[in-house]
Design a protein around this ligand. Sequence first.
Ligand code: NAD
Length: 436
Amino acid sequence: MAIKAQPLSNDIAQSGSNQSSMLVAAMAQLENAFEWLELEEGVREIIRQSERELTVSIPIQRDDGRINVFTGYRVQHSSARGPCKGGIRYHVNVDLDEVRALALLMSLKSAVARLPFGGAKGGIAVDPTSLSAAELERLTRRYAAMIRPILGAKRDIPAPDVNTNPQTMAWLMDTLAMFQGHNLPEITTGKPLSLGGSHGRTEATGRGVAIATIEILKRLGRNPKGTEIAIQGFGNVGSHAASILSEEFQCKIVAISDESGGIYSQSGLDVTKIVQQFKAHPGLLLSDYQIDGFDRISNDELLVLDVDVLIPAAMEDQITVRNADQIVAQIIVEGANGPTTLEADRILRERSVHVVPDVLANAGGVICSYFEWVQDRQMYFWDLEEVRSKLLMAMQKAFEEVWAMADENKLDMRTAAYSLAVQRVAEAIQQRGLFP
Ligand code: NAD
């Protein structure tokens, strides 16, 4: 397939205004990649659609005896390159369009990292903080039972995402194993170690974000030591990226934030100490964190700080037309999925800001999920060092391929990553042909 240089079409950029902005952005970038690749229309049409979408109404009994019904989804975007793979998110804003967009991103991410997976995503529209642990367990088990017909170790393998964790995956796996009548570790990834989880999986996305940050700094001739970084989101991805960048690469993390706001210190935050506090007090928010030596800032202020690198690692749609032209950082590494809206992406490109896109920057999670799946299928487990060194190699290889594609064709990294990924997905579709 020939690659041809073309600017992003305005029609594409302005289309689809009734869809979620993440879906609009993902679809526009997809169309852009189609044009670059001069892809045949039939294959474009296949990639534009999800292969399969399931919506379920999940009734659960609350602790006080009431019954509530929550809406859940599982969307499989593509299985052309292998079993569908993607996380499960619990958040009030979850809807079908968001899950569609995230499933598409997963197909592209698997392809960028050359994993033998397609893409999927799931979610429940719920505020998990409003449920007790017992209610969350009932919700997870009922949801697992309802989406079970389309799951499978060779069909569709879930993992954690926003507000879900190894415990969620343990309940999900156990529910599916009860139906099956035997243990089924390979049906999900991101499990606790005691249930066939992989060493290094919990930190993997943050570690991948850290590796991507170091790789872009190296390519731009910058020394990671002392590089000033602001990180939005201090959950799984943000907190691990912060620890690894400060402890292993001596970067200076000057600001972090969560949903309650942020903290800033010009001389650098003691990330190790903060992470220890958060581990010791699950549910702690930065607004509750009571230690001197930093200023309180808002999430809006964090995004426009005068830093070298900005890592959005919270939620989608954080970098928008409202703030894109005020962002000072010359490097943005997208830890979150879809943190940059389409219009903001255009502004950043015009301002020559280097954006390491989500489908590359946060691929460490799915890479390590792949390692977990391989270990479960072989019933042979690797130690932490082996996982880390394989993750490093896989991330560096993916980064190098995207960088080379961008460099050779004078592309921004997002267009390069999308084009590489779409090319790989399209090739699988074309080589399979159509059934029947
Ligand atoms: P998480 O639930 O562990 O953490 C999310 C963090 O974002 C929390 O600190 C929360 O307080 C904060 N947050 C929420 N809303 C915010 C807001 N409006 N402003 C600022 N902070 C806010 O979730 P996570 O697993 O760390 O995922 C974060 C992002 O990374 C998501 O976009 C997710 O899809 C993506 N991602 C996660 C993984 C993974 O393995 N967990 C893999 C790939 C991509």
